[in-house]
Design a protein around this ligand. Structure first.
Ligand SMILES: [Zn+2]
Length: 215
């Protein structure tokens, strides 16, 4: 079972600040009644039953019925590299550990990104994509060393600056997953409702990278 999912990925935030960002947003959305403070199993388990609180699939149900009706989004996940959520009394807390690696892409792992210098496209498996695969391998442990050499123009640029025109890839240490729909409006310039929702989710400058996935 998979569900259309829209991701908002902060590609700028430092790894050391990601867990605090996720926690701050969780506390705000739980306090104002947008989400349940307790995680639930969502599409991958029995609705309403608590998840085993491991891994990266912890989701919080949206309690704001207007938001669900307007967007089709039924749950939110908050992700920080090298951290996961665990239960702490009647709330959740983010702790170190778990497999979250800050790499977000389509459910099947395929994607296409563009060199920020010459705009040549590059996908895993392409000729010259070894530098991309190496950058992905070092990204989780030492993100500052994750550079890609473009097979077309030979420029070395940080992996975080390679953009996906099809919105199928991003790396970043803090991300928000919105489960239930592909919010195409997030990529439409001047869509005020979409901008307002992004700002409500802490994307104040609406500069988080949008990825459409399915999980
Ligand atoms: Zn290039």
């Amino acid at each position: 079972m998979s569900q259309p999912t829209t991701l908002l990925v902060d590609t700028e935030l430092d790894r050391d600040d990601a867990a605090a960002a996720a926690t701050e947003l969780y506390l705000r959305l739980a306090a104002d009644g947008t989400i349940s403070p307790l995680p639930f199993a969502g599409a991958t388990g029995v609705a309403g039953q608590p998840l085993p609180l491991r891994g990266t699939d912890t989701r919080f149900e949206i309690l704001d019925r207007h938001l669900v009706e307007e967007t089709g989004i039924t749950a939110i996940g908050l992700h920080a590299s090298g951290h996961y959520w665990r239960l702490d009394g009647q709330a959740a807390e983010m702790v170190e550990g778990g497999p979250e690696n800050g790499i977000f892409c389509r459910y099947d792992g395929s994607f296409s990104i563009r060199c920020p210098q010459c705009l040549a496209p590059l996908s895993p498996g392409d000729d010259g994509s070894d530098a991309l695969e190496e950058a992905l391998a070092v990204w989780s442990d030492s993100p500052d060393s994750a550079f890609v050499a473009c097979p077309n123009c030979s420029t070395w640029t940080p992996l975080t600056t390679w953009r996906s025109p099809g919105h199928d890839f991003a790396v970043g240490h803090f991300a928000i997953s919105l489960h239930g729909a592909h919010l195409r409006a997030f990529t439409e310039p001047g869509n005020h409702a979409a901008m307002a929702l992004r700002q409500r989710l802490g994307d104040l400058a609406t500069d988080y990278t949008v990825v459409f996935s399915s999980v």
